[in-house]
Design a protein around this ligand. Structure first.
Ligand SMILES: C=CC1=C(C)c2cc3[nH]c(cc4nc(cc5[nH]c(cc1n2)c(C)c5CCC(=O)O)C(CCC(=O)O)=C4C)c(C)c3C=C
Ligand SMILES: [Fe+2]
Ligand SMILES: [Fe+2]
Length: 354
């Protein structure tokens, strides 16, 4: 057990006593609306799509398009997609549900008493915010915080903006905690193993075998790749490592990109076009899709792929379709997080445990 350093300011009677010496781990995911009501979805999209790491356009022009067109037309459609996948029992989106469960299960594994290490979770957009959870960790005596953006592949539009937000929070503080950030884990054996095991397990529950498996990643404007974003390369490496681990050929396991937004060119090949072409041009009847870029199931996996993707495939002549669940809060996912986090904490946690 760690000896705690207790600090207070002599002579200032009402100064809070701060117990230091704990380590905080903050899992951060993208974000999600608080409900499926159109105003809540609009508020969430407004915050998300105002982020200049996400939309790299002339800010004045984009503000006019966002408020003049997008936030008038998109929220009802997005709200409908969320309604189709909402977890009614806990009244929340799957992304929030699984992110919270991952944090709870990781805490249980690492330090069930919370004596030396506290695991928490937050969202880059919407609630609970990154700043709110960082403050909560500090209030619990965490003077060292590991930030874990839950994106295996690095992109400025996801990982980068989480780190920006953490830095903005630090700007407000006189007494800052020490910060570490979890690097991309797109090629980490623990992550590849968790996804591969998820694929194998899911396929073993089907009474048919896919002819092709698509590894479908969230897309990104091609412009961002050309500007130096490593995301495309990270996705390609993940797909190759998974293909090798599963022992599949390049035509049986293919890399695609989903979730296009706007009119410009995004990373190719596109998932929806590939699904149609596989059925129509290659005569593929049995297709499975895995989405390794998402640690937790969300509107993009459950609605866009599991629902719309199936419809697209069946309309094009396919007969068997299955969307493979993300690692979510499975044992394999917690094994992966435990491996990543303990490695990244290194001496930090060892010190707290002394
Ligand atoms: C230009 C817009 C977008 C970029 C760039 C972008 C990058 C990006 N996003 C994810 C992960 C997720 N995105 C999700 C939803 C979502 N993404 C965009 C747009 C961009 N994403 C929108 C408009 C939406 C909202 C839904 C919709 O209207 O279609 C989600 C799901 C959130 C949930 O609550 O379920 C995730 C996760 C990555 C990994 C990424 C870049 C690599
Ligand atoms: Fe997105
Ligand atoms: Fe989408």
């Amino acid at each position: 057990m760690s000896p705690r350093i207790t600090s207070s300011i002599p002579g200032v009677a009402d100064h809070p006593v701060v117990t230091l010496g704990r380590v905080g781990v903050l899992l951060v995911n993208l974000g999600t609306p608080d409900s499926t009501d159109v105003p809540d979805v609009r508020r969430y999209l407004a915050q998300f799509l105002s982020d200049r790491r996400v939309i790299e356009l002339n800010p004045i022009l984009w503000k006019a398009i966002l408020h003049g067109i997008i936030l008038r037309t998109r929220p009802p459609k997005t709200a409908e997609a969320y309604r189709a996948i909402w977890m009614t029992e806990s009244n929340e989106s799957p992304l929030r549900h699984y992110t919270r469960e991952e944090a709870a299960r990781l805490a249980e594994r690492l330090d069930p008493t919370g004596e030396t290490l506290v695991v928490d979770w937050g969202m880059r957009y919407g609630t609970p915010s990154v700043g709110e959870r960082m403050r909560a960790l500090q209030e619990q005596g965490c003077d060292r915080i590991l930030i874990v953006p839950l994106y295996p592949q690095y992109s400025a539009s996801t990982t980068g903006t989480v780190v920006d937000e953490v830095a903005r929070e630090l700007l407000k503080l006189r007494w800052q905690p020490a910060i570490r950030t979890q690097p991309a884990f797109h090629d980490d054996p623990a992550y590849i193993e968790a996804v591969a095991q998820g694929i194998e397990h899911h396929l073993s529950t089907l009474d048919w075998e896919p002819e092709v498996i698509l590894a479908s990643f969230h897309g990104l404007p091609k412009r961002y790749l050309l500007a130096g974003d490593p995301y495309h390369c990270h996705c390609a490496k993940t797909a190759r490592l998974l293909r090798e681990r599963l022992g599949l050929s390049e035509s049986a396991f293919r890399l695609t990109f989903q979730s296009r937004f706007g009119r410009e060119e995004w990373l190719q090949p596109y998932t929806d076009e590939t699904i149609t072409a596989l059925a129509e041009k290659e005569g593929v009847k049995r297709l499975a899709v895995v989405m390794p870029g998402f640690v937790a199931d969300c509107v993009e996996t459950l609605e866009e792929i599991a629902m719309q993707g199936r419809e697209t495939f069946e309309e094009a002549g396919g007969t068997h379709f299955s969307a493979i669940p993300c690692v979510n809060d499975s044992d394999a996912a917690i094994d992966m997080l435990e491996a990543l986090v303990t490695r990244e904490l290194g001496g930090w946690w060892a010190k707290a445990q002394k």
